[in-house]
Design a protein. Sequence first.
Lengths: 708, 339
Amino acid sequence: MSMRKAVFPFTAVLGQDNIKKALIWNLVNPAVGGVLIAGEKGTAKSTLVRGMAVLSQERKIVELPLNVTEDRLVGAIDFQRAMQGGENVLDPGILKEADGNILYVDEVNLLSDYIVDVLLETTGTKLNIVEREGISCSHSSDFILIGSMNQEEGQLRSQFLDRFGLYVEAEGEKDLALRVEIMERRLDFEQAPLRFIQRYQEETQELSEKIRKARLFLPEVEVSRDNLMFAAYLSSQSNCVGHRGELVVIEAARAIASLDGRTKIEPEDILEAAALALVHRMKEFSLDLDGQSENSENQTEEPEQTFSNQEPDNSETENDAGQEADITEKVSESSDKDKKNRNPDDGDKNPEAEDEKKKQQKKENHGKNQNFRNPDGSFAARLMPLDGSNQNQIVSDQNWEETADFPTDSGEAQESRIGRDEIEAPGEIFQISKWQEGIYKKALSRSSGRRRNSISSNQQGRYVRYRLAGEEKVTDLAFDATLRAAAPFQHLRDKQNRAIAVEKDDMRVKIREKRSGGCILFVVDASSSMNANRRMQEVKAAILSLLNVSYQKRDRVGMIAFRKGKAELLLGFTGSVELAQKELEELPTGGTTPLAAGLDLAYEVTMTLLTREPDARPTIVLVSDGKATSRKWNNDTPFDEALEVAEKIGKQGLNTIILDTTEKSEKTVKPAKASYCGRLNEKLHGTLLTMEEIRAEGIVEAVARYQK
Amino acid sequence: MEQKKGYCFTAIVGQEDMKTALILNVINPRLGGVLIQGEKGTAKSTAVRALAELLPLRNQVKGCRFNCDWEDKAHICEECLTKQRRGEKLATIQAPMQVIDLPVSATEDRVVGTLDIEHAIKTGEKKFESGILARANRNILYVDEVNLLDDHVVDVLLDSAAMGVNTVEREGVSFSHPADFILVGTMNPEEGDLRPQLIDRFGLSVKVIGERGVESRVKVLQERLKYEEHPEEFFQEYEPLQQDLRERILQAKARLKEVSYSQEMLELIAKICIKLDVDGHRADIVMLKTAITLAAYNERSQVEREDVLTAAQLALPHRMRKKPFEEASFDLSMIKEIQ
C-alpha cells in the first residue's frame, strides 16, 4: 500500500550533478550496481532518489524502512492462508517487491546489522532464499540498491560499502544565486505541487527518453581491452580494495558512452566513472600525506607490471588492436614521466615535462575533457596525494596547473600540522578542531568506523528477528512469529473453542538489537606532574579529540580525575560530549598523584555500569604518566597499590587504554616496557599509547581497538 | 468525569519566542515543528495544550482512526478511500485539534503500530493495529524529553514527520498511513544531545528560561492562582484576548497564500545562511517559510526584513554548524549588518 504523494521533480533539483549522474547511469545500466549518497543534511539526497522513479518506465522505487523486521524483508509464511486452509504459502516480503526495481534505504548507516547481513547476501546472489517456518523456496531478488546517509552518524561496514557500485557526496550549494533559486523552487513546489511538476514535465520526459534510448543502445557499446586496462590501472593506482572497482568503472563508462550515443568508450568516460566508483574503495581516502612518501614508490611500480602481464593473454578484444597499441604507448610514456616526477630534482615544476605533458594532453583528449573531473575535484584531490604524478597524464591543461601545485599544498598542510602542536589552551577550538578534523576523516575512512550493534538481552531495543523459545520462561514473546508457527497446524489441533491453539513448541521470542555504542570512561591524571611543559594542554587536546570521535560514534562518555590525594567522578556516563568537554576545560591541575584511587574509582564506576546494563561495552582510558605519588590504603608504595588495582581491572577483562603522557626525553632512558605505564599495562592487558602516537595516528588504532 | 478546562494561552506570561514559534506552526503546519529547549517548569507543556484548545474545531471523518479530512484529498487514508469506493457514506464530525503525548518509555511498536494480536488470535486474520503516529495525524505530537527517547524511536518519528507518512513493514504487517503532525519536542540539553541529523528536522527551535524578574514571577503566580481558585473569572477575563488571537490565527492562515516576497529578501536569507555556514538547504527553506508565516501573522502581504531576521532567530540556532566542542551560538548581531 503506498501513499500518493507529489514528488519533487528530479529535473527541478539544482546542482548535485554527481548524484544525478550516478542515478542516471544506474537506470541506463543496472550492472553499475547502485549508489551510496553521503552528505550533510538537507542536500536533496532523498528528494533526488524519490524523484528518479518517474525517469524509468519499468522500475519503481521500493523503500526499505529502517525498522523493518526480518519477516517483512525476506517474507514469511502466509499466516491467514495457513490458518484457514493449512497451506504453506510464502507471504512475500520487500525483497520480492524490490525484484527488478530500485531498493532505496534512507539513513542506510542506521540499518540494523542483521538486516544488513540479509542485504549483503541478497545483493551477492541476486536470490532470496527462504528456508523457514516450514517454507522452502527461493525467488529472484535483483534490484538496484540505493542508499543515502549522513556520515556524521557513522559509517557503513566496509563489506556493505563495497556493495554499492558508486559513491557520491552531496554538499550544500555555496553560491548565492543558486541558493535563492533552490528556495524559490521548493516554495513554488509546496504551494502548488501539481502545477510545479507540470512545469518540469517536458524536461522530465526528455531525460526519461534519453535514458530509455541509452538503455536500448547499451548492448552496442563495446568494451575494448584498453578500456579494461585503463580501468584496472586507475583502480590499482588509487589503491583500491578488491576487483569490484574496475568492473563498476567499466559498467558506468558503458552507461556514459551509451548516453552519448557512442559505441566506443573513451578514456574520459572511464575517468568520469572512476571518479564515482573508486573513492569508497580506496584503502584510505583521506589526505594521508605522511604515509604517501613512503609507499608511493611501491604503488607506482604495480601498474606497470599489471599492464605487461595482461598484454599477452588477453585475446577478447583483438579487434581493437589499433587503439590498444596507442594506449600501450601512452602508458609506457606515462610511466617514464612518473619516474621523472618522482625524482626530487626535477619534480613537478619541471617546465619541460609540463610542456610535453600539455602537448600530449591535447593530442589525447580530443577536446572532450571539459567535464570528466568533478567540478569540486574531490576525486582528483583524493587520488592525488596517493599518487599525484600518474594522474597528471590525464587531466586537462587547466586542471593540470592545479595538480602541479599539489605538492606545495601538501607541504603547507604538513607545516600546519606541526603548527597544531602549539595548542595554547584546550579552549581554542579552532586549532583543535583542525587537528581533529584530520583524525576524524581518518577514523571515517577506516572500515570499522561504526560500533557494531549489540544484541540486547533485556527487553530494550529494536525487534529485528526471533528465535525458538526453548525451555526458558518466555518473557518477550514474538507474537507474529508464534502465530505463524502455530498456523499450519490448526486443522490438526484441538482448539477448545478458541480460534487458534498455540503450543509450547510454537513459542518464539524476540531478538532485539540495540544501537548501544561504547561507554568510554576517561581517568585523567590532574596532578602537578602534568603541568610540566604545558603537558596538560596537550593532554586535554588529546582527550578532546577522543571525545570528538566518541561523539561521532554516539558513545557515552564519563570522566574521573585524580589529584591532591583523591579521585573524583566528574561526570557519570552521558551522551552529552559537551558536558565532558566543559568538565575537562575547568579541570585544575596540581598536587600529588593518587593513581590507585583513580583506578579504583574507575573500576567501581565501570562495574556499576555493567550491573545495570550487561550489554554495555565500557572502555577505561587512563591518561597519566603512571608516576603514583599518593597512597590510597597506606599499606604499600603508591605505585604498587596502583598495580594491585590494575590487576583487579585486568582480571575482569575490561577494555583499557593507557595514554602515556611521559615526556619523550624521559622515555629514552628506559625501554617502554619498563616504564610505569608499561608495567601498569602488563596488569591491565590493554593498549598502551604514547602522546606522540596519539598525535600521529594512534587515535584511529585506539578507536579500532575499542571495538573488539 | 468532566475534564477541567485547560489554561488560557493568552494568560501565559512571557516566553514570547516559544509562543510565537507555536503559533507560527499552527498557522503553517509545513514549518516542521518546534524544539523547545530549556529547564523544567517553564510552561512548555501548558502552552502546547493551551494552544490546541484555543483553536477552532475542524472537520474530520467520523470513526477514522487517522482523523482524515475529507476535503484534503491528497492526504486521505486508504481505509476512507476504500469505504468511499464501496459507496459507503462517510460522516463528518467537528472535533478539536488534540495534543498527543509520546512518552519517553514508548516502545517502537506502540509508536508506529503493529500486528493486532487480539484480532489475529480471535479470527486468524492479519490486521494493523495503529499506534501513536496514527492518532497524531492532523494533531500536535508532543514529545517531552525528546533527547531521552530511544534512538530508533526518534529515527522513525522524525522520518514520519518529514514524509508525512508512516510506513510499517514489521511483525508480519505491511501498512502505510498519513502521519502529518505538528511535532513539538522539548529537551534539556544538559541531559544529552539530540543527534545533529535529528535536530535539523525540527523546523524551529526556541530556548526557554524561567522568568527572572520578581514582578513577572509574581504575575505568573497570580494568574495561576486565579485559574485554580476562580476559574470562571479567569476564563471570562481572558476570553476577549483568546478570541482575538483565534481570529488572528485564522486570518493569518487565510492570508498565507497571498504573502509575496522580493528577490532581495530571498538573497538576504541565502546570505545569512552562507555567512553562518549552516549545513544543507533546509535552513534556507524553513527560514523563508517562517518569514512568510510571520508576515501573514503580522497582517502583511509582503515579507519584510524584520520578518527574515525574526525567522533567522527561530530557524537557525539549532542548525549552526557545530564545531566539535563549541556551543552552537547564535547572535542576532552576527546577521544584523547583512544587507
